[in-house]
Design a protein around this ligand. Structure first.
Ligand SMILES: Nc1ncnc2c1ncn2[C@@H]1O[C@H](COP(=O)(O)OP(=O)(O)OP(=O)(O)O)[C@@H](O)[C@H]1O
Ligand SMILES: [Mg+2]
Length: 347
């Protein structure tokens, strides 16, 4: 009953009662010299000390436990709850309390880690954001300053600088509309307007929209042979249009001059279609693949050459596809090409 490592109120009370009763017996024996009355006095002392000390210890421990619970649960119990906790709930032993406190500490630790991660994410996001805004804003300022300082006298320089300022303004506007889109998607406020449509028609529409870009690089955009059979999907057409625009735009941007962009459509089972956009371009290194869907993430190529955008396109795609409860993935080999694939429900 009594263990020195893990003492219980009962064990401590018994030990205390035994010691007290022996002392009482000795004193009674010394005073009266009668063994029987010494034994009776010792026995009565043992019972009284045992129950009294057990009651006092438990009362003390329960008061301390109550304090710990008040701290852990952070809620104020109503009178009824307090009555239930004090009188009706089976009293927990210290081991159970210890376990619950450890669980609580683990929970708090996980919450703290999440907060720290979010904080780091927020800082990185703001840093990226200010960097992305600074570059075109300073460029515009530079061109306008030079024009004001007299460069506007020269018609050739004036046209060039105004064009450059215009291009940077366009970049700023693209950045703002991408940011607007991503914040709306992340806030979860955007509703999906699901409708049925043939995915091949939408892909051909996007190829048409981007035809100026494809012509400039002499890129051939086509639907893979054998994938022409119309597949009807159930999704938000305008949002999926944006996904396909972003993927085909990337395939052209990071694809080769005179290259090929191919769209394939497969029905994986009766209810899901897999849509893939492939290019034969520069590809993406393995080290970048896990982060490619993060906001502002770009490979060195996307950064160093002036072809990369802001790195929000794929993050937007991921949000849209996940809002449909579907998945998006990437396969890529540097020098061979890249394939982005996403699924959609189909009928
Ligand atoms: N098809 C691809 N081939 C090679 N690299 C790619 C391809 N698609 C994306 N990437 C890499 O992934 C990065 C992120 O792409 P994402 O579309 O998010 O941004 P972006 O194209 O740079 O800018 P934007 O916000 O204008 O789309 C790109 O900068 C590029 O480095
Ligand atoms: Mg892009």
């Amino acid at each position: 009953m009594f263990s020195s490592k893990n003492p219980t109120p009962k064990g401590i009370s018994l030990l205390l009662a035994l010691v007290t009763s022996i002392l009482i017996e000795l004193i009674a024996l010394l005073l009266k010299g009668n063994i029987l009355s010494a034994l009776i006095a010792g026995g009565v002392g043992l019972i009284i000390t045992f129950f009294l000390s057990q009651f006092l210890i438990e009362e003390f421990v329960n008061r301390k436990i109550k304090l710990i619970y008040k701290f852990i649960h952070q809620t104020k119990a109503s009178k009824r709850e307090e009555f239930y906790q004090n009188k009706l709930l089976p009293k927990q032993n210290l081991d159970e309390v210890g376990e619950e406190v450890l669980q609580w500490a683990d929970q708090r630790k996980a919450e703290m880690e999440l907060l720290e991660r979010n904080e780091a994410f927020r800082k990185e996001f703001l840093q990226n954001l200010s960097h992305e805004f600074k570059t075109p804003a300073f460029a515009i300022q530079g061109y306008l300053e030079t024009l004001i300082a007299g460069a506007s006298e020269n018609p050739e320089v004036r046209t060039k600088f105004l064009n450059n300022a215009f291009k940077n303004t366009e970049r700023l506007i693209n950045l703002i509309s991408d940011l607007d889109e991503i914040t709306r998607l992340e806030s979860g406020k955007q509703e999906l307007h699901v409708q049925q449509f043939v995915i091949q028609d939408l892909i051909l529409d996007v190829f048409e929209t981007l035809s100026l870009k494809t012509q400039m690089k002499n890129v051939q955009c086509l639907i893979k042979k054998g994938c022409e059979q119309p597949v009807v999907v159930n999704a938000d057409k305008e949002k999926i249009r944006q996904v396909i625009i972003n993927l085909v735009d990337n395939a052209i941007k990071y694809g080769n001059q005179d290259g090929k962009v191919e769209a394939s459509i497969y029905k994986t089972d009766g209810a899901t279609a897999l849509i893939e956009i492939s290019d034969d371009g520069i590809g993406i290194g393995e080290e970048h693949l896990p982060r490619i869907f993060e906001r502002f993430y770009r490979t060195d190529y996307g950064r160093s050459r002036n072809i990369g955008g802001t790195g929000l396109g794929l993050a937007i795609c991921k949000h849209i596809i996940e809002a449909h409860g579907q998945i998006i993935h990437v396969r890529s080999t540097p020098g061979v090409g890249t394939t982005f694939g996403f699924t959609l429900p189909c009928s």
